[in-house]
Design a protein. Sequence first.
Length: 515
Amino acid sequence: MNIVFVSSEAAPFAKTGGLADVCSALPVALEKQGHHVSVFIPAYRQIYDAHLPIETTGIGYCVPVGKNEVWGEILRSTLPGSDVPVYFLRHDRYFFRDGLYNSGGVDYQDNCERFVFFCRSVFRAIELLNIPVDILHANDWQTGLVPAYLATLYQNGRAIGTQTELFGSALAPPQTPEKSGDRFWDKVRSVFTIHNMRHQGRFMQQEMDLTGIDWKYFTFDKMEFYGQLNLLKTGITFSDAITTVSPEYSKEIQTDDFGESLQGVLRYRSESIWGILNGIDTAEWNPETDSNLAAPYNAETVFEKKPLCKAALQRECGLPESADTPLFGAVSRFDWQKGLDLVADVIPHFVESRGAQFVILGTGDPQLENRFVELAARYPKNVAALIKFSGALSHRVEAGLDVFLMPSRYEPCGLNQMYSQRYGTLPLVRHTGGLADTVIGASDETIANGTANGFMSYWGTADDLQKTVEWAVHCYDQRKDAWRQMVLTAMALDHSWTKSARLYSDLYERIQMLG
Ligand code: ADP
Ligand code: GLC
């Protein structure tokens, strides 16, 4: 099949989180299964920092954005280690900026306009590059307009899914397709993957004019959300199939607790929602070949070499080298989602009661950044606050820690718990989303039957986290054999993309059969 992946991020070109990892690893995995895949992202300033060859295709174009015709250019590269082409859609006034979505924590005022331009450009670029398409696979709110453009402007208002049947509103009179007289788009079907329900791309309703989509779609079953334009909802309501990045999260988002006010819309489309667990890029995250590590290792050498990585990390962070001190840590966006405020709450207890050490690598919420900086100043021998974004360092942290902390309030999938397991670092997580699907918490029973591969907390409170960390410290100090077994169990897990890519293939095949 011919699959076009549309995303606002793809590693190593542009990344703020796991979306980028998924949108570069999954296309490569699909290509390995025999599909033809191409990827489209905006030409951000950051794409040049990857130091990979980027060339121009020499193709320029114009697309309507509101009343204006906006010029764009198509650049090209390939995803590392593959022939999968990545096309960058360039308009420097929109994308050549400090951050991807914001600067200094403040969202860009023209985010709607920027992603209208991007989504419209995808269609124009596909036509100009003459790329065959069976499936358009869009990701998160930034690309929510892609399924909408397909169904409205390019397919004359084709009806989608249960909701349309229920409300009948998308059975619109035909509009002029942009490539008139051409059936190129007729058989194309769309998939929309939700990586995070909380970020929805909500804008003032006037911005509907920028989209070029008829106002008749500005309804509660399509693009409207409490009077605003909602691009995540747009992706959900116009796509042929919806996926989320873990089976557990696909159920959670249909509940009042996790649906972020879109649970009703999701329940209407329940039959079209698939939960497919993310995999990880096992070439990039391989402790045996990882050139960032002081002493690369595998399951046979882990107990000899991993301590060298731990010592190197302690040195790098200015913490005293100590093999017997439990070293906890995290690599994360500092965001309410991640529950790192709870980590900050419990650090003093474990520093004072056990002399434990903590290495926290991340950026985001300035208050939380300050809290970790203050904790590092208060406990210089125990806490290192690394307030930056560094891929290389994130690998050394993964390898050096004993326990990776992820007490997320919600977690659509989460990748770091899987990176941790592959590096023999036990993840300590909260039972939610993909964390619940990938971690089996240590208990007497799971230790005895050899399935334990991490630690599980349930309630999302500092008290509960403290108890779980207490249990991890106990296992670290008193149950050394069990610990070694858990490390080996975790390292033996198969988190590669193979299985999930097959599920995506199945899904693509099914929706191709839709009318
Ligand atoms: P999310 O996408 O919600 O942030 P994930 O666990 O899916 O969470 O993915 C986060 C990705 O971003 C991982 O690859 C992680 O290593 C990376 N990451 C987050 N913060 C940093 C940082 N400060 N430096 C380097 N990598 C980071
Ligand atoms: C989101 C989620 C994270 C998920 C990632 C990739 O950013 O927060 O849980 O792993 O997308 O799907």
